[in-house]
Design a protein around this ligand. Sequence first.
Ligand SMILES: Cc1ncc(COP(=O)(O)O)c(C=O)c1O
Length: 388
Amino acid sequence: MEANKTCIMHTYNQLPNIFTHGEDVYLIDQEGNRYLDFVAGIAVNALGYSHQGLKDALHQQVDEFLHCSNLYYNDEQLKAAKKITEATKMDRVFFCNSGTEAVEASLKLARKYAKFKGHNERYEIITMKNSFHGRTLGAISATGQTKYQDGLNPLLPGIQHVTYNDIDALKEAVSDITCGVMMEVIQGEGGIIQADAAYIQAVRDLCDEKGLVLIFDEVQTGIGRTGEVCAYMHHDVKPDIIALAKGLGGGVPVGAMLATKEVAQGFKPGDHAATFGGNPLAMSAVNVVLDQVMSDEFMTHIQEMGDYLSEQLEQLQADFSCIEEIRGLGLMKGIALNIPPIDVVKKAYDKKLLIVGAGSNVIRFVPPLVVQKEHIDACIHILREVLS
Ligand SMILES: Cc1ncc(COP(=O)(O)O)c(C=O)c1O
């Protein structure tokens, strides 16, 4: 398989193993080595690798039909639409295939809604420095990190970046041409950095005052990851638009943009589309994931495991001065280090633990949401060895 590897376009620096399957919260390679997976496809494999309900639903869907055009309704999409609007407290959903597509749809809807309200002069969207919103040209333009944008100029015009958690900077940036604000409730790729509660409230208030659409990019934080269905639910605010993906399909590629009934009026038939969006195969996975995520018991499990992971990381911090800070919520945690995170990631990998960096100095823990204490103990044990 070595020669085959060169056929893959070199956009990632992959680690050498070739994985063939997964079990529970482990990935298994061609040689049968088992890797404890605290990456979960970067916050994707929410139900782990052995969820029988998810497998059964997908098998059954394969026998029924895989795809059905959005020229028609399909039963799985209608079920998923009801569940996801309830779970997120939104009114309308548009299904797509990835996080970046959910972000693109959000940007388009924000602009369209401004026009719908008669504000033809409004098109600018303000996003945050250090944010990450995806890789299409629109989403990368919205992303507030120049390292992802190098060589791509000209970027999409009509986007301005301001300092996260600085309400004065946002107030100053808003002008007659602004139509919306987009932010992550916790910056994931940026290094697990949380928005302050007061900041989130102030952003909502400002958007209300100026008639701007507030978009929360919950692609990484959504679907139970932080111990609530969406991270915004830890606060007493509600956005107008939400972008979701990652954990939503439990590993099947799917994204979603949700909106309030009011803002959804910005789109009329023909304004947006995705051939594969909401297809029955993806929707059958979404239905299983949402059943799980909407159960109180499962959410309690995430909160308990998140607290346990925090406690264990705090103990580790007490013993190792290279850990400067513990960040995050629920099962989206990070440790900020004063040593290169990549060295830790590689040494952990040698000891069969998968972890991933975030920002310039953070290691991220985003395991499957079905993770148990024994897996957290095993992860901490390996980290202890690595840091020693
Ligand atoms: C907050 C956020 N938005 C958007 C994206 C892009 O999602 P995708 O890679 O599915 O296009 C990501 C991916 O990491 C993300 O973390």
